[in-house]
Design a protein around this ligand. Sequence first.
Ligand SMILES: C[S@@+](CC[C@H](N)C(=O)[O-])C[C@H]1O[C@@H](n2cnc3c(N)ncnc32)[C@H](O)[C@@H]1O
Length: 185
Amino acid sequence: MNDKALRKTIEAITLPIVELAGPTPEGYELLNRQTVTLPSKLITTNIAKQVTLNPFGDKPQTFIVDRVADVKALPFDHASLGMIMVSALPLSDHDAHNGPYTAAIKQRVAAEYDAVCSGDLSVIRYALHLHLYKEAGRVLAPGGPLLQVWPHERDIEAAQQFGLALIFERQHTDHAVVFQKLSGS
Ligand SMILES: C[S@@+](CC[C@H](N)C(=O)[O-])C[C@H]1O[C@@H](n2cnc3c(N)ncnc32)[C@H](O)[C@@H]1O
């Protein structure tokens, strides 16, 4: 898909557009560069209602999101969202909440990617990006895009297992990918 087709796809969305692990005060470079106007107000979510971030590496600021949503169990119905956006989601749940990304956790995350990429979708625990694809595959309407900034090197392969096909990839300052939920999945 080229820039123009991506813009048309996003601007035609009628269902809600939700950001996970938001907000992202620095914005989405991919959308800014292509001057995409979202067709509805972005609904920001995070695992907690109040989020402290350091935008632009500056001093910490606190933000209140519109809704609480854990990527491991999104509070949205099947095929109810028009688009999902997410930037800099931690790779592992352990990393996000329980401490440093140790070698043992890294190994568990790698094992989950191995299982998923070979078609076993039953064992996902630590790998937050895999939870993201599983849930996005459920809550996105067919054709709905998932825009992800800073994917893991195996994410494109893994997302396919959940009916999400890569339709766009761009590496500017930020590495951004766009998946699309396949019809019938
Ligand atoms: C590095 S920050 C990224 C914030 C913002 N998206 C950005 O790019 O500036 C990671 C965010 O992921 C959120 N997060 C971690 N685990 C999550 C989960 N299971 N569900 C939803 N958000 C989660 C954290 O609360 C944190 O706000």
